[in-house]
Design a binder for this molecule. Structure first.
Ligand SMILES: [Zn+2]
Length: 305
């Protein structure tokens, strides 16, 4: 397990806080107070922590997390949390808040999930030079095989905070890891034999999923869901749809489907939902129900047998 730099600083200060760690700084009801930066990490913290934790998300339910802004009250809740679980490089406001505050423990999913460089299909090499290099594609949670290492880090850190919960956290982490492994196997089998391997999405959230299951993602807008596609990009996507016989253009639940729906109508193909699991639009769903719906949608669009 790699330990983030901030975490080391926390460990160095540990003798000072060790005795009061779980009880003094915990939530009022005696549970471990966890702040998660957005839904998939909230889900992991809830599943691993069970009733020994109270988890709040910094991204409101149903909101799109990329450009989240934090209130001063949220920043001070980060400061007072027993544990913050976040993904560095994904939400600038959260990165800033963590740099300004000193939560007792921090898990940065980016240190566990092995992030890959952001791809820019729709820009020239010259344009790319202007970017801040080191940009990575944040959407690792859409590849279920990358989740267990984050699960383990959360379980290990919760155990440091609340040693009495060690067995609970270990059992919950093992059960959750098994579910991610089962899901990974279902995707691998379900996407093995398909007539097409190219899918078109509104924002490029599915790069890790595409890599894992040997598919090709074509994004209408880039990594940022709010980015407006250029006319040149739209023309390029249209050509791919025609040349490769793409049957479906996917849109998502938390961002306006207008561009994808218009394009699908223009090209005479279906428009359907592929959910990047960045937040819950429907409280009766969770990570696994959405991931299963995504698999079903991909199998339909790609004519998998
Ligand atoms: Zn995204």
């Amino acid at each position: 397990m790699s330990i983030p730099r901030r975490h080391l600083a926390v460990l160095a200060a540990l003798p000072l806080v060790l005795t009061g760690c779980a009880s003094a700084s915990g939530a009022d009801d005696g549970t471990v107070d966890v702040m998660a930066s957005f839904y998939p990490l909230q889900f992991v913290a809830e599943q691993v922590g069970g009733d020994r934790v109270s988890v709040r998300s910094l991204t409101p339910p149903g909101a799109e997390p990329h450009d989240v802004e934090l209130s001063p009250a949220q920043v001070s809740r980060i400061d007072g949390a027993d544990l913050v679980v976040y993904l560095s490089g994904f939400q600038a406001a959260v990165d800033d808040a963590i740099a300004q505050t000193s939560p007792a423990h921090v898990v940065d999913a980016a240190t566990e999930a092995t992030l890959r460089p952001e791809e820019h299909e729709d820009e020239s090499a010259e344009e790319h030079e202007e970017h801040d290099h080191g940009d990575v594609d944040p959407h690792f949670w859409l590849d279920p095989s990358r989740m267990p290492s984050v699960v383990q880090d959360v379980a290990d850190t919760l155990t440091e905070i609340d040693p009495d919960g060690a067995e609970t956290f270990a059992a919950n982490a093992a059960a959750l890891t098994q579910r991610f492994e089962d899901l990974d196997a279902a995707y691998a089998t379900g996407l093995e034999q398909c007539d097409s391997r190219t899918f078109v999405t509104s924002h490029e959230a599915f790069g890790y999923l595409a890599d894992r299951y040997d598919l090709h993602q074509v994004g209408i807008s880039g990594i940022d869901p709010e980015a407006e596609p250029s006319p040149a990009r739209l023309a390029a996507v249209e050509k791919i749809v025609r040349d490769e016989g793409v049957t479906t253009i996917f849109f998502e639940t938390l961002v306006s489907p207008k561009v994808a729906e218009t394009l699908a109508a223009d090209l005479g193909v279906e428009a359907a939902v592929l959910d990047p699991i960045e937040g819950l639009a429907d409280p009766d769903t969770d990570y696994f129900t959405i991931a299963q719906a995504n698999l079903d949608a991909l199998r339909m669009a790609l004519s998998c047998s």
